[in-house]
Design a protein around this ligand. Structure first.
Ligand SMILES: N[C@@H](CCC(=O)N[C@@H](CS)C(=O)NCC(=O)O)C(=O)O
Length: 236
């Protein structure tokens, strides 16, 4: 018979402290109450563990569960939800689950990736993506207005945080920083009152609050990211 020690699960997360993709995986792990070992990666000198665990994209986050690598933050969150049944992240009802996946994908494609592009571009290219971002925020505001109210504070519904909240949560801590460094503005409390209310509630969640990062420290990192990309683009 296997000993208790042998049966113990090994959960390791390869991360980067200022990555929104990593942070949302940490939120999912904490939400489930899963103990894990966090390993900070140096992306200028990627570890062989990162390169062998995520050979296609070579990016963090990577979750290693008993040595098995799982990559891509949304895939990791779904894996966590399927493996550890306590505190469900995705809705149980298949139609509700499909809708949550739809909005998570919308956020990823139209907001997260667009925000990354806006950070590392300038001029006409940046103006175009900022315009698209504002349109996407309007769509999301419509969904927030339809779904959220004084009783339903989160997209996860009356029971609290869910998949869409965990996927979208990064905007509370990162958008202001990216806007400042990139020199543009997307979030506007007048135009997206429901999203702003959701943000105000999200940052007060006891699990989330202690994980929020100081803005000044992040600004320095994102300035370096922007400069590095603009420098590379200028050389092309
Ligand atoms: N779609 C991926 C994005 C992950 C990602 O872009 N990670 C960045 C850090 S924020 C990274 O590892 N970059 C390394 C590289 O591009 O070489 C996810 O959701 O996990």
């Amino acid at each position: 018979m296997a000993s208790a020690a042998m049966q113990e699960e090994q959960v390791k997360l390869l991360g980067l402290w200022f990555s929104p993709f990593v942070r949302r995986v940490e939120w999912a792990l904490k939400f489930k109450g899963i103990e894990y070992e966090y390993v900070e990666e140096d992306l200028t000198n990627k570890s062989s563990l990162l390169l062998t665990s995520n050979p296609v994209h070579k990016k963090v986050p990577v979750l290693l569960h008993n040595g098995n690598p799982i990559v891509e933050s949304l895939v990791i969150i779904e894996y966590i939800d399927e493996n550890w049944k306590q505190n469900p992240i995705l809705p149980q009802d298949p139609h509700e689950r499909a809708k949550a996946r739809f909005w998570a994908n919308f956020i990823e494609q139209k907001i997260t990736e667009a925000m990354r592009t806006a950070l590392v571009t300038q001029g006409e290219q940046q103006e175009k993506v900022v315009k698209e971002l504002k349109e996407a925020m309007e769509v999301l505001e419509g969904e927030a207005a339809a779904k959220l109210n004084d009783k339903t504070l989160f997209f996860g519904g009356k029971n609290g945080l869910g998949y869409v909240d965990i996927v979208l949560g990064w905007i509370c801590n990162w958008v202001e920083v990216i806007e400042e460094v990139g020199g543009f503005k997307v979030l506007d409390p007048q135009k997206q009152p429901h999203i702003h209310k959701w943000m105000a509630n999200f940052v007060e969640v006891p699990l989330i609050k202690p994980t929020l990062l100081p803005k000044e420290k992040m600004v320095v990192c994102f300035q370096m990211v922007r400069q590095a990309h603009l420098g590379l683009a200028a050389k092309k």
